[in-house]
Design a protein around this ligand. Structure first.
Ligand SMILES: [Mg+2]
Length: 216
């Protein structure tokens, strides 16, 4: 088997932060929100149960998302740029499939060498005053199995590796050829148990994937 496509989660995989927790920090709601995030990422709460609750607590504005975008750009996982460069050089198609917010992550994806059209994320719309009005899922429903369902509906299923840190990422294992759990930012026991491979650096992701392709 030759791997053709690699899809990455974003928060706590390509960057060292959880965007929603940082938005909460800006509003003085960090304790409340980060607890919900952690429980959802560990599979103790369904993602759909925390998604709207967190947004209601935070009420993020367009300005907050701009601020988050800047923070993301300063929070790259150390070997993210070199690993993605190496994989692209080897001819792999690289994308991001994430429950994070598109307008906050595209600039960081660009720094990593991932084009905006290869970034699949949720979108938040804001009104003229900058307040949140609506969530646009872009085919990616904010549910625990949303990423898996997205991969099925986009026919990514062949020769695919998915890399992520959380239980919402583990679901992609059902449809990807390989699921690599990433514990370089946060180590989650259940993810480690269920992953096909588990790594603590992105460099290891490159080594695993290129190793598979060299076996051919
Ligand atoms: Mg994540």
């Amino acid at each position: 088997m030759k791997i053709k496509t690699l899809l990455f989660d974003f928060d706590s995989t390509l960057v060292t932060i959880e965007g929603i927790d940082e938005l909460a920090r800006m509003k003085g709601k960090y304790q409340e929100v980060s607890q919900l995030t952690r429980l959802a990422m560990e599979g103790e709460l369904a993602f759909e149960d925390v998604f709207y609750r967190r947004l209601e607590v935070i009420q993020p504005t367009g300005k907050d998302l701009d601020q988050l975008s800047e923070l993301y750009q300063r929070s790259l996982v150390p070997d993210a740029i070199t690993t993605i460069h190496r994989l692209r050089e080897a001819g792999l198609d690289i994308g991001v499939v994430t429950g994070a917010y598109r307008q906050a992550i595209v600039s960081t994806a660009k720094i990593l060498g991932i084009e905006p059209e290869k970034v699949w994320a949720l979108e938040l719309t804001t009104d003229e005053a900058g307040f949140l009005t609506r969530v646009i899922p872009n085919g990616l429903r904010p549910t625990t199995s949303g990423k898996r369902d997205f991969i099925i509906s986009h026919n990514f299923r062949r020769q695919l590796v998915y890399v992520g840190d959380a239980m919402t990422d583990v679901y992609t294992r059902e449809v990807a050829d390989l699921f690599i759990g990433f514990g370089g930012v946060v180590e989650r026991r259940r993810v480690r148990q269920l992953a096909d491979n588990y790594v603590i650096s992105l460099e290891e992701v490159g080594t695993i994937v290129l190793g598979i392709n060299e076996e051919e």
